[in-house]
Design a protein around this ligand. Structure first.
Ligand code: UD1
Ligand code: CA
Length: 457
């Protein structure tokens, strides 16, 4: 079985510079959902029809499908015809789907294909019944309950508009008949387009039969035409993802404020607290505590990690690491086992080995910190001289005092100690003490004398 997926349209109603096909739902482009549903249903080959933003769409959707280009967007019928060129010489049936109907159910697609094969009809479609059909095409049935035609909302009479059964743009066609009637389409309608839906009416008018199966679940056939539709389906997908996680042993304290992208993996007994956002590419281990109020994107944290009120991007955290509250972990950080990055710590492009503690108010950039080293509160690595980024190397079992300024490139050796308030500009050899601050001067009795002087004035 082959599927043609129509995704050449601009998506005018989205009012966006991004082609509609690429608008993401839970981190995955709309049309990629359609492709994945086809794959899961056993359809071997997908032909995606692209046009508006073709290059961008093709790059984002991947190369496990074939592409046909519709040069000018002249309607769904014209788009489908653009794909038929790739099926020359093929017979049998073809599935035709819209790239903006993302929640297709693979089982429903399989059943549709089976029904089409068993009935021998010219086409079989999947429809649903809505309380208000809105902008969807209406399915007009003949006396024998087969489909007579589809009428677009813009072309419908009031009595046709009152029909609750809508066209979901999920069709299984007899391929030779589709080829024949698609050439007979004309743009004589309200939108001046070649409607794929008119193929159905042409087939029936010529004595062929078209069947329709009604889906009991309207969500699986709903389309995205504007951002209200997008948010509605995003919510459906979001709840599905959370249900799947909860059923696999993850506690989601407040599903209404938890956002997890489609490809995210979470291990058993992890607890997701309110206001947690896990974006594309996250892998969370077992027994972790994430949130409240944390956003992780492309982040991997291993078993037992805790992230509290923090932002973690494209970085990894080892077993038992503790991040936050209020930490900002920017791309390129690797935190070893049991690392602690505490409150108001920012880190970027740094390798922080196991059991290191950066407890409070620090900036760690382009740095490597060896095992068990403690970084005192308020320590800053000065990695940028206004032109270039420089590296800081801090050895293992070192102790960097509070409020240090490490001017990169600079090294602090294994087992060394730097005094609080130091500005370190030269390398500190292993096991040494570096004090880089002005010496304290004490004037005994000075304060009392000043007080007495002021009091007598
Ligand atoms: C279409 C159906 C409508 C159905 C609805 C279901 C037609 C004429 N109408 O309407 O009966 O109820 O889907 O969601 O088919 N596309 C192209 N090239 C074009 C035009 C569209 O590739 O020239 C693609 C779009 O990118 C989109 C899909 O076809 O993915 C559907 O097009 P859209 O304009 O959204 O059709 P609807 O108005 O939703
Ligand atoms: Ca649509």
């Amino acid at each position: 079985m082959v599927a043609i997926i129509l995704a050449a349209g601009k998506g005018t109603r989205m009012k966006s510079n991004l082609p509609k096909a690429l608008h993401p739902i839970c981190g995955k482009p709309l049309t990629r959902y359609v492709i994945d549903a086809c794959r899961e249903s056993g359809i071997e080959e997908c032909i995606v029809v692209i046009g508006h933003g073709a290059e961008e769409v093709q790059a984002a959707l991947g190369n496990d499908v074939k592409y046909a280009v519709q040069q000018e967007q002249r309607g769904t019928g014209d788009a489908c015809r653009a794909a038929l060129g790739l099926l020359d010489g093929c017979e049998g049936s073809v599935m035709v789907l819209a790239g903006d109907v993302p929640l297709l159910d693979p089982a429903a697609l399989r059943e549709l294909a089976e029904e089409q094969a068993a009935s021998g009809m010219a086409a079989t479609m999947l429809t649903t019944v809505l309380p208000d059909g809105g902008h969807y095409g209406r399915v007009i049935r003949a006396a024998d309950d087969t489909v007579e035609k589809i009428v677009e909302a813009k072309d419908a009479t009031p009595s046709e508009l009152a029909v609750g059964e809508i066209n979901a743009a999920i069709y299984c066609f007899n391929l030779p008949l589709l080829r024949k009637y698609i050439d007979e389409l004309t743009p004589a309608n309200a939108q001046g387009e070649y409607y794929l839906t008119d193929v159905i009416g042409l087939m029936v008018a010529d004595g062929h039969k078209v069947g329709a199966k009604i889906s009991a679940d309207p969500n699986i056939v709903l389309g995205v035409n504007n951002r209200v539709d997008l948010s509605y389906l995003t919510d459906v997908v979001r709840r599905k993802i959370l249900d799947r996680l909860m059923l696999s042993g993850i506690t989601v304290i407040d599903p209404s404020t938890t956002y997890v992208d489609e490809d995210v993996e979470v291990g058993m007994d992890t607890v997701l607290h309110p206001m947690t956002v896990l974006e594309k590419g996250c892998k969370i281990g077992k027994n972790c505590t994430i949130g409240p109020s944390s956003r992780l994107a492309g982040a991997v944290v291993e078993d037992g990690a805790a992230v509290l009120f923090s932002n973690v991007v494209e970085s990894t955290g080892g077993e038992g690491c503790k991040i936050g509250p209020f930490a900002h972990i920017r791309p390129g950080c690797t935190l070893g086992k049991n690392v602690k990055l505490g409150n108001f710590v920012e880190a970027k492009n740094s390798e922080i080995e196991e059991s290191v503690s950066v407890g409070h108010l620090s900036y760690i950039g382009d740095t490597r910190i060896g095992r068990r080293t403690n970084i005192g509160a308020g320590t800053i690595t000065c990695n940028y001289d206004g032109y270039k980024k420089h590296h800081t190397e801090i050895g293992q079992d070192a102790f960097v005092g509070s409020n240090n300024t490490l001017v990169a490139p600079v090294k602090v050796g294994d087992g060394s100690l730097t005094a609080a308030g130091s500005v370190i500009t030269r390398d500190v050899p292993a096991d040494s003490l570096a004090i880089a601050r002005s010496e304290e001067v004490i004037k005994i009795g000075w304060a009392r004398r000043r007080r007495e002087q002021k009091d007598t004035q």
